[in-house]
Design a protein around this ligand. Structure first.
Ligand code: FCB
Length: 463
């Protein structure tokens, strides 16, 4: 299992639920007090998280900054490929200091966000001093509040000039990417220890090259495989660029993991597809970076340059799918998402219709312990208009994190998706993922009660 010594949960005395805030003079303090004292409030059980545990939330540039007019997603929106364009999003570009004040008041000691490449390099080879000054100010604002930055270098969006050249299909994409990473490290390296090179590469390949829902909107297995290879190689290069500039850096990808079950557990072909899909969705990319070889038994094999390139494992976890086999070629073996009604087996569905399935998180934390690397939960969250649902989701998933840690898995932090309500890609603004509610007309922020409850857990560092 993990590198951490086995820790059996120690019985503890219940802690007081009284919020530790100076006075209840402000409205926010009053809301906090009400939320923490509510009947669904936190009852300390018997689990302490490890000292130094990273607690916080995640965002990504295109989803919160607003007016990212120079990337491929903006072009995709303008071309009418999605119902709702991102527009000014949550205007985090202008309001980051205020948003970090909220994160600080919510006890966060870590924060994940992404840099927007298209702002940093708006035209090929031209670097924007303004963008760099902005991100330096963002990092300084985090440090000033005692919040450890976790920086994503690439969260789905790419400069339009790069996309016009073929983007991830371009044979030298990894060089363009590495050049951008080098520039970032020269400028911001001293301010950041935790780096994520790519957010959910397999999801991006799936949505962009296999189902055509995201840019560049293709359905092309050969191109998808090429992109997968290029992403792996881009990570490897970036890993070394980051370590050359900052030897103590901690580098990973944010790996999307999806719990999977057979549509019909009695059908061996469905069970086979679960294994195949799980390998491709959940294991192949990390395995390749860990072992230095891209393997798809019976289909392809490729050696990557430069061996092991992960310092920790970033895990994004949301839900479970049921899988139906649809044939015996590669797509058929991967199967399709079952359309059958599994109401008897599933947990509650969230606002986007995804199953709430907390056990999946502990399952993958356990499975990834085989890498013998620290694991950081880089995203976990729920689109929920009803904030009680968010609280229940959070508590049940934190419980699974606690279970995994108690079993010896080295989990070093939990970053909730998301700090703010934001632009949920093709799903627009209806999906409310924020610990902080955003009114998209006035851009006003309002901390949700679940966020105060999480703050209470963070303060005690225990469940
Ligand atoms: C993850 C993405 C993130 C956000 C959440 C809901 O897959 O990384 O950008 O959309 O899902």
């Amino acid at each position: 299992m993990g590198t951490q010594e086995n820790r059996a949960p120690e019985p503890r005395q219940a802690v007081s639920h009284a919020p530790v805030v100076g006075s209840a003079s402000s409205a926010r303090d009053a809301e906090r007090a009400a939320a923490e004292g509510a009947s669904t409030g936190v009852h300390a059980t018997n689990f302490r998280f490890p000292d130094g545990f990273l607690w916080g939330a995640s965002t990504s540039a295109h989803q919160v900054e607003g007016n990212n007019t120079l990337n491929d997603w903006w072009a995709w929106e303008q071309a009418g490929k999605v119902r709702v364009p991102s527009g000014r999003a949550a205007d985090h570009w202008n309001r980051f200091a205020e948003d970090f004040d909220l994160a600080q008041s919510l006890e966060h000691n870590a924060h994940r966000f992404s840099l927007e490449w298209s702002r940093i390099e708006p035209e090929e080879g031209r670097w924007s001093d303004e963008a760099m000054a902005h991100y330096r100010a963002v990092l300084e604002a985090l440090h000033a509040r005692g919040i450890e930055p976790v920086v994503t270098l690439y969260h789905y969006t790419m400069p339009q000039w790069m996309a016009a050249k073929g983007g991830w299909e371009h044979p030298r994409m990894e060089r363009y990417y590495a050049r951008y990473v080098k520039h970032v490290l020269e400028q911001l390296g001293p301010l950041v220890r935790w780096w994520i090179t790519l957010n959910e590469p397999v999801v991006q390949v799936f949505k962009g090259w296999l189902i055509g829902q995201w840019p560049p909107g293709k359905v092309d297995w050969a191109a998808a495989l090429k992109v997968l290879r290029h992403m792996l190689r881009a990570h490897v290069r970036a890993y070394h660029v980051i370590h050359d500039a900052r030897p103590d850096a901690r580098v990973s990808i944010a790996k999307h993991v999806l719990a999977l079950s057979a549509d019909d557990p009695r059908r061996w072909s469905d069970r086979l597809s679960v294994r195949m899909r799980s390998y491709v969705f959940n294991h192949l990319f990390l395995d390749a970076l860990h072992t230095g070889a891209l393997r798809m038994p019976g289909f392809f094999w490729e050696r990557l340059p430069m061996g092991r390139t992960l310092d920790f494992i970033g895990v994004n976890y949301y839900t479970r799918d049921f899988v139906r086999n649809s044939g015996y070629d590669l797509p058929g073996l991967m199967g399709t998402r079952s359309k059958r009604d599994h109401r008897q087996q599933v947990g509650k569905l969230n606002d986007l219709g995804w199953e709430v399935y907390p056990e999946g998180l502990a399952q993958y934390l356990r499975e990834y312990a085989r890498f013998e690397l620290p694991i950081l939960v880089t995203e976990n969250g729920v689109p929920a208009r009803d904030d009680d649902d968010r609280w229940v989701f959070m508590f049940m998933h934190l419980w699974q994190v606690a279970r995994a840690i108690a079993e010896g898995v080295d989990v070093v932090g939990y970053l909730h998706w998301s700090l703010l309500d934001n632009y949920e890609w093709a799903d627009g603004y209806g999906a409310r993922f924020g610990l902080v509610e955003v009114d998209f007309d006035t851009l006003e922020r309002r901390v949700r009660p679940s966020a105060w409850k999480l703050a209470h857990i963070i303060r005690g560092n225990e469940l």
